[in-house]
Design a protein around this ligand. Structure first.
Ligand SMILES: Nc1ncnc2c1ncn2[C@@H]1O[C@H](COP(=O)(O)OP(=O)(O)OP(=O)(O)O)[C@@H](O)[C@H]1O
Length: 255
């Protein structure tokens, strides 16, 4: 099943073309990564696919409905977005914040039900924040805030997940723990996930497919095995990248 499709997309920002005549199809059960250097356009591409900004040309469809025509509430029932920088937040506790993930599913005057609270508590448990439920969010560390944002998306229960640098602020244990949780969830609910990443080893471990946003040539997309190779990665980052075969699988290091 197609979850998110883009046809003949042209995206530019500040006079720079990120992509043109770009087609994309995210299918049920797929985990995609976007790789590219700073300023390559990863965030811009994600924001455009989410319908937060208009493309210069082309069409984006979420479950076969034009995203530009979807009401924000309908879109939020189907698509969750993890913003990279999300500083401006109202004073609230961790539990109040995670419950906001239920809002697209509640009626205008409807309060959260006991089931909503249960979902929120389960999500906090999954991200290791159960003991922080009544803490004001301004007292959380960077990594704890990131885990709270992921918990909020878990209770939102979207089918399509767009994540801008989900590994930001997370220690190695939480990177693996949370990306394992999210990618397993995608397979179970037959949704799809597209995330920007700076860590090639996380891309290798968690992604099925990739989009490479080069600085000097059109984007490329395909399977991880075809794209995570020294020559393409060195071109992508304009820096020599080496791929090493180890007991733990392939690892990538900057030369
Ligand atoms: N609001 C904006 N107005 C004008 N130009 C912008 C704006 N946001 C980003 N840009 C520019 O658009 C280009 C793409 O930025 P974008 O944030 O999409 O890159 P990125 O690949 O996500 O980068 P990073 O890895 O540094 O987060 C950059 O050259 C950036 O300077």
């Amino acid at each position: 099943m197609n979850c998110l499709t883009a046809k003949q997309l042209k995206i530019s920002i500040s006079g720079k073309t990120i992509c043109q005549q770009f087609d994309l199809q995210l299918n049920a059960g797929e985990v995609w990564g976007i790789l590219g250097g700073n300023g390559a356009g990863k965030t811009t591409l994600l924001h455009t696919l989410a319908g937060f900004r208009a493309a210069d040309q082309g069409e984006i469809r979420l479950f076969d409905q034009a995203i530009a025509q979807l009401k924000p509430r309908t879109r939020a029932q189907q698509m969750g977005f993890l913003l990279q920088d999300d500083q401006a937040q109202f004073p609230a506790t961790v539990l109040e914040t995670v419950l906001q993930g239920r809002h697209p599913h509640l009626g205008f005057w409807q309060w959260e039900s006991p089931e909503d609270y249960l979902l929120a508590e389960q999500a906090l448990l999954k991200v290791g924040l159960a003991d922080y439920a009544h803490r004001p969010i301004e007292q959380l560390s960077g990594g704890e805030r990131q885990r709270l944002k992921i918990a909020t998306l878990l209770v939102q229960q979207p089918k399509v997940w767009l994540l801008d640098e989900p590994a930001n602020h997370l220690d190695l244990h939480h990177q693996i723990e949370l990306l394992s949780l999210l990618t397993a969830q995608i397979k179970v609910v037959q949704g799809c996930l597209l995330m920007s990443l700076h860590d090639l080893n996380l891309a290798q471990r968690f992604c099925d497919k990739l989009i490479l946003l080069y600085p000097d040539q059109p984007p490329e997309q395909g399977c991880v095995a075809d794209l995570l190779v020294e020559e393409k990665l060195s071109q992508l980052y304009q820096h020599p990248i080496r791929c090493l075969e180890t007991d733990a699988g392939r690892v990538f290091i900057a030369g």
